[in-house]
Design a protein around this ligand. Structure first.
Ligand SMILES: *Cc1c(COP(=O)(O)O)cnc(C)c1O
Length: 427
């Protein structure tokens, strides 16, 4: 469910809108390519998720900032009461910049530096998700040196197949994430002896774009067992962090992923009633459907065996198709007239890489130079993964709310791009 739909525009055509904003008007004002986010969709997804746990005492939804770190997006979610899950000092600073209370922020990631730990401790965040013994020892040293206490949850790797793309599975033993399940009890014992460390919770995050409930159930059962073991040994575990990972529909011809309500029922069944605070870290589920990437067709090119639509957005703007073999629906911004012939088309960008494409062999209404297209479901892991590869300007981001819009990250100028670098004094 999202708020991008065809509506009557000026002239007589039917045009894609973000809420009440005409995408072709936006393209004229901002230039292409650009990301466009819908406030109503962000709000809806956050509420659907948070409300699914409404009856349960003690839940905190920590939006995973890495899915979409745009300050306008973060501020929208912060206003709804979202906590945040961050994976770097930069993300923590973004969360603090939009006034998320530090006691609603958790810090994840296998490679936190001592400087990042110090900044997070001084900020007073809720908890660290600790991913290894060396990290634990470093955190203890930093906390002790600053006279602070770090509340921690070990991120436990349950060796579960999340049945998702191999590049976004994180809960298998061979993945770099978390501590081995079997070693968790001894690590909690160690943690309770180290200065500056307060072991308070258990964390699991088994992967992203998970489209079945079974892997979650397997993980939550293990989590419950571990909490039981730890409590029996005398540890005061007061929260579990169930991570993120709930999938979203990228294509209409495949079964829909589980509803948040079904996920919530599973959570209640497996870890409800244990007197634990429940933390969640949804990212994609909140932001994915709330964003599109708008591009303009530069050239239509007839190859020896197929058609290519060369557009002005590329892999540096949206890496998901290249990195994850991801499928994004492509919609022409002007709704095609009924009966428009379909042409099997590769939608590709200007970057000099064979892997630079947004869609392959896609039946699309015949495109022409100058047409606008919208790449759907691009709100998560889209703009955050953008780069200046090929010295292309970083793609701008626009936030829509009703009939208003704001360019929350403007397109830099070429002057801005060059001014970021310095020549060495010998040149
Ligand atoms: C990426 C990540 C998430 C968010 O995952 P989604 O699939 O976007 O919900 C949550 N927790 C951790 C630790 C992550 O690394």
């Amino acid at each position: 469910m999202h708020h991008f739909a065809y509506r009557a525009g000026v002239s007589h055509s039917i045009v894609l809108h973000a809420e009440a904003v005409d995408i072709s008007d936006l393209a004229a004002a901002v230039g292409t390519p650009f990301y466009c986010y819908s406030t109503a969709t962000l709000e809806r997804h956050y509420r659907v998720f948070a409300d699914a746990f409404a009856g349960m005492a003690g839940t905190l939804v920590c939006y995973s900032v890495k899915a979409n770190a745009n300050l306008g997006v973060l501020a929208t979610l912060a206003r709804l009461g979202a906590g945040m899950d961050v994976v770097s000092e930069g993300e923590l600073r973004r969360a603090l910049a939009v006034k998320v209370a530090p006691e609603r922020i958790v810090f994840s990631g296998v490679g936190k530096t001592r400087d990042e730990m110090a900044f997070a401790l001084d900020s007073g965040i809720l908890a660290f998700n600790v991913e290894s013994e060396p990290e634990l020892r470093a955190l203890s040293a930093v906390a002790e040196a600053r006279g602070r206490t770090a509340r921690i949850a070990f991120r436990v790797n349950p060796d579960i197949d999340a049945k998702t793309h191999h590049k976004i599975a994180t809960g298998k033993a061979e993945n770099k994430f978390g501590v081995p399940f079997a070693e968790a009890p001894s690590l909690y014992a160690l943690a309770s002896r180290l200065p500056g460390i307060e072991p308070s919770g258990v964390h699991m995050h088994i992967g992203s774009q998970i489209t079945e409930l079974a892997p979650f159930r397997n993980a939550f059962v293990l989590l419950r067992e571990l909490v039981g073991t730890l409590r029996a040994t005398g540890f005061a575990i007061d929260f579990v962090n169930l991570g993120g990972g709930l999938g979203i529909p990228y294509r209409s011809d495949q079964p829909a992923p589980p509803l948040p309500a079904d996920y919530a029922n599973l959570v209640k069944e497996e870890v409800g009633g244990l007197g634990l605070t429940l933390l969640f870290e949804p990212g994609r589920m909140i932001a994915g459907n709330a964003g599109i990437l708008v591009a303009r067709v530069l050239y239509v090119k007839r190859g020896a065996s197929k058609m290519f639509a060369i557009v002005d957005a590329a892999m540096n703007d949206l890496l998901r198709p290249t990195l994850y073999d991801a499928h994004h629906e492509i919609l022409p911004v002007t709704e095609p007239k009924p009966g428009t012939p379909m042409v099997v088309t590769d939608v590709a960008g200007p970057v000099c890489e064979t892997g630079d494409y947004l869609a392959l062999a896609r039946p699309l209404p015949e495109l022409r130079a100058g047409d606008l297209i919208s790449v759907m479901t691009a709100g998560a892991y889209g703009a955050v993964l953008a780069s200046e590869y090929n010295s292309r300007l970083l793609v701008p981001e626009v936030l829509v709310a009703g009939n208003r819009y704001s360019v929350t990250r403007p397109r830099p100028s070429y002057g801005d791009m060059l001014a970021k670098e310095r020549l060495p004094d010998w040149l």
